[in-house]
Design a protein around this ligand. Structure first.
Ligand SMILES: [Zn+2]
Length: 294
């Protein structure tokens, strides 16, 4: 069984799954002929559904001076468009010994609803910040895109904008409005240092401002990929366009670059959606596999 926590230098990374969701790969990556998936019976069923459902997960990075949450999951309230999904990661976090007030930074890889759902919570009938002491970090370009989509999505990349995915991104506006209302937030840009050990790496395309994070502690590294790569089956054909991506071609280029980099650097990667969150990319007989951390 894969671990729920990993030591990276002086840091500890804990994984908390908020909920799981079934995915139909033929809809998620629609350009791939169905027969292609027959080569991946360990991952895709003949009907196109994933063998294991995806996670919607959160990571806590504990360094000597900081407790950083990487994404906050789907949240406690079923989202209007996905009423069957409801998160339970907060209870798991508390049971692992992390209280909401221990968290000093909440980083969002991007502004999708399934990554910022626990930013706020209803407590005794009153809406409040879930992590009262934390600075909330949102990618600047996602912020710009949500508050002025005409200017930042359509005008910037008119030929590489997939409207259904824009619509999904805009579902997040009410969630962000709450973050604004409570204050203590900041907007993040490429190469920004979040803590001495955590640096932003822009991985745009899934959303305009999508960001990954690189943890580096005493020479040991972990790459929080966010949704730059959604599923291990994308390793071998990263350039296939994804139906969840706002800028599909840009996302495909980002994915191909990220896959190559993770493989070359032999870095441990962490995914909020892979069924097994921690692993490496390894190559066996020319094909790339997700080798789960043991
Ligand atoms: Zn996601």
């Amino acid at each position: 069984m894969a671990p729920n926590s990993v030591k990276v230098g002086n840091a500890e990374v804990l994984f908390f799954n908020d909920c799981v969701n079934d995915i139909d790969v033929t809809k998620f990556i629609p350009g791939v002929p169905a027969k292609f998936w027959a080569d991946y019976p360990d991952q895709v069923r003949p009907n196109g559904m994933l063998v294991k459902p995806i996670n919607v997960a959160v990571f806590a990075v504990i360094t000597p001076k900081h407790t950083v949450l990487v994404d906050s999951g789907i949240g406690p309230v079923p989202f209007e468009q996905f009423p069957h999904l409801k998160g339970n990661m907060l209870g798991k976090m508390k049971r692992a010994g992390i209280q909401p007030e221990d968290v000093d930074t909440v980083f969002a890889s991007h502004a999708h609803f399934d990554h910022i759902g626990w930013h706020t919570v209803l407590r005794d009938g009153t809406l409040t910040r879930t992590f009262p002491r934390a600075k909330y970090l949102i990618p600047k370009l996602d912020w710009d895109a949500i508050y002025d989509p005409q200017k930042f999505i359509h005008a910037r990349k008119p030929k590489d904008t997939f409207q259904p995915a824009v619509d999904v991104l805009l579902w997040s506006k009410p969630l962000l409005d709450r973050v604004v209302a409570f204050g203590n937030y900041d907007l993040t840009e490429d190469e920004q240092d979040i803590t001495p050990e955590l640096k932003v790496m822009a991985t745009p395309g899934h959303t305009p401002g999508h960001q990954s994070l690189l943890l580096n502690s005493r020479g040991e590294r972990m790459f929080f990929m966010g949704d730059a790569i959604h599923l291990p089956i994308q390793f071998d054909h990263p350039l296939e366009l994804g139906a969840a991506d706002v800028h599909q071609r840009e996302s495909a280029k980002t994915r191909a670059k990220a896959v190559k980099w993770i493989e070359k650097e032999k870095v441990i990667a962490a995914s909020p959606h892979f069924p097994d969150p921690f692993g490496h990319i390894v190559r066996v007989q020319g094909r790339r596999y997700w080798q789960v951390l043991k």
